[in-house]
Design a protein around this ligand. Structure first.
Ligand code: THU
Length: 130
């Protein structure tokens, strides 16, 4: 069901979750994405006492790719160390759509996993550059 590349990305996402700073929610989220060039970038969620400033793992991973001017995202794997697994939040869906044509999104925990495309998660996304 998952290619070797995707399985590797999932392992990287699980590793990334260890770097979360989440003393408030206690959700440790890790994201690993691979670009069309084949490079991998990772991120974890970072929370703040001023709760609305929390940054999701997905956006932290995407900003790493942008920092390296590697703007064409192919697949992102998102792991959460919890009983419930969740797809990217709405803000992350929009953020990721800026840098992909049709990103594959894998979200999983230790019990289950799902693979969907970003266009399924965010149809009619808002874009100024195509
Ligand atoms: N979180 C993510 O990292 N990604 C998402 O797509 C949803 C939520 C984080 C933010 C916060 O640190 C914690 O999970 C609970 O919302």
């Amino acid at each position: 069901m998952y290619t070797k590349e995707e399985q590797n990305l999932m392992a990287e996402a699980k590793e990334a979750a260890k770097h979360a700073y989440s003393p408030y929610s206690k959700f440790k989220v890790g994201a690993a994405l691979i670009t069309q060039k084949g490079n991998i970038y990772k991120g974890a969620n970072v929370e703040n006492a001023s709760y609305s400033l929390c940054i999701c793992a997905e956006r932290n991973a995407a900003t790493q790719a942008v920092f390296h001017n590697d703007l064409d995202l192919k697949t992102i794997a998102i792991y959460v160390d919890s009983d419930i697994s969740f797809p990217p939040c709405g803000a992350c869906r929009q953020f990721l759509s800026e840098f992909s044509n049709d990103l594959q999104v894998i979200f999983f925990n230790d019990k289950e996993s799902k693979k969907v495309s970003l266009s399924e998660l965010l149809p009619y996304s808002f874009k100024l550059f195509y």
